[in-house]
Design a protein around this ligand. Sequence first.
Ligand SMILES: Cc1cc2nc3c(=O)[nH]c(=O)nc-3n(C[C@H](O)[C@H](O)[C@H](O)COP(=O)(O)OP(=O)(O)OC[C@H]3O[C@@H](n4cnc5c(N)ncnc54)[C@H](O)[C@@H]3O)c2cc1C
Length: 537
Amino acid sequence: MNIETPVLIVGGGPVGLGLALDLGWRGVGCLLVDELERDGYRTHPRANLINSRTMEFCRRWGVAARVKEVGTPPGYPHTAMYLTGMRGHLIARIERPAHGGGKAIAFTPEPPQRCNQIWFDPVLRERAEGFSSVALRYRWRFDSFAQDEAGVTSEVTDLAKGETHTIRSQFLAACCGGRSPIRRLLGIAASEGEVLGAPMSVYFRAKNLWDYHDKGKGVLHFIVGPTGVWATLNSLNGGDLWRVTLHGGAKAHGAPESVDHKDILKRIVGCEFPYELISISPWVRRKLVTAAYRHGRVFLAGDCAHQNTPTGGYGMNTGMGDAVDLGWKLAAALKGWGGPALLDSYDAERRPVALRNVEEATRNFQLRSFAAIPELMEASAAGEAQRRKLGDEILANTGRELLSDGIAMGYRYEGSPVVCADGSAPPPSSVTEYVQTSFPGARAPHAILRDGRSTLDCFGKSFVLLRLGRDAPAVSPIEQAAGRRAVPLATVSLDEPEACAIYERKLVLVRPDGHVAWRGDALPQADPLIAQATGWI
Ligand SMILES: Cc1cc2nc3c(=O)[nH]c(=O)nc-3n(C[C@H](O)[C@H](O)[C@H](O)COP(=O)(O)OP(=O)(O)OC[C@H]3O[C@@H](n4cnc5c(N)ncnc54)[C@H](O)[C@@H]3O)c2cc1C
């Protein structure tokens, strides 16, 4: 059968689903294929942390409430602990009261949530398949592609029926994860990147595990030995589902089928407790950012483009940022108002974000090991002194992976060909701190409006030209310039003092992905502004 679709998405993980959802939300047609059954590998838990920026995307798509509903319950603490065992010595405790919605955060209407991919991916899928322009096909394997001036021709196999299909699309989005066949077909070396480790996940069910120790409820428990963290106990649902990551993997613990999980769980918790083993799965920690995200009409996103160790929870969140950056640009190209530089800007904007996040995740991981501290496990004054010293170091250095608002929210597309620099000095950038700014390329700030909405609720479907303050200039020249190029643009006038202050200028042009394209106090040359922001110059 020959099939035509504007965008073929290969991969129904969170990134492919996020892209399908974003395109569907924009009324753009796409076909997503995944070789797995609908839920496939997602029966074994991977990402838990949905950071604030991803939650803001979910809010835009209308699924934020659902993510909160199916994720960790709001009252459950997002506390992280470093300890020698659940009944052992506590080394450091990091509370995160603003995570999960317990306490409001000034810079976002959407606090970080914990919602494992087991539940998160289906939320995206259900929303994506609600759009008539989106088709999802499971048990369809992508086999090959060839591209020409006008489009991409791909071959796929319907595994259930044993039939092959030829799909003709304008664009091909490779969201097929770390083992992407598209990377291979593009000739991107399989050995690209660095292997940092080969851990093992032990997934199990245990009711009221917190009753078996004295440390209280938490989500992340780093189990420390004399030379570093050897296991991590992770709450998946704030209830009965848990995962242990064994950092030594098969090398230290044997093949999955021979892992002595009973002994390991006893060592971690400090006593025997009733549990049901669900699965044991090995995986590979990598450090990888592929050399180019765009190859003609083929775009790489998510784990296909970059991979990092989950220390910090950046992988999927970085991929969701890719999906959102790519979605509106593909829509603009297909609708005819996006110019050639707009598609090029995907690489220019997203690769630097991945390079930063992958580096930071690697740093976090490397800090998990340290020079041997022989007294660390001792119930002695010397042991206590060493634990206090290590705890201080963790709070000063390592702890930042758990409070990385700057990574989640602070990435800026400065230097992008479609961002109009204003000559002002870039604000400082930090891993932990995020300070809202309207600096060109930054995420447009959140402020609460008189009607209770967030400024963020104004963005998404079109460019939005914000007029801030009663003396903001009239903007009809910009509206007319957008009209001449058929660029969707809405003008929104705000006079709330908080919004005016936080946006720093009287006029701010916000892109459909919610990033600032331009800002100023006076009217610019309207035609060049619109042409640059949409990739025509
Ligand atoms: C233990 C662990 C914990 C993690 N924790 C976090 C966290 O807290 N926060 C975070 O942000 N990230 C985390 N991550 C990373 C996160 O899981 C990944 O970054 C994320 O799943 C990548 O999504 P993706 O859609 O790019 O790729 P994937 O989820 O890998 O999806 C790719 C899809 O492509 C399909 N596919 C591949 N080849 C083909 C083909 N030929 N034809 C059709 N379909 C194909 C696959 O079947 C798969 O469904 C964690 C990862 C691990 C292993």
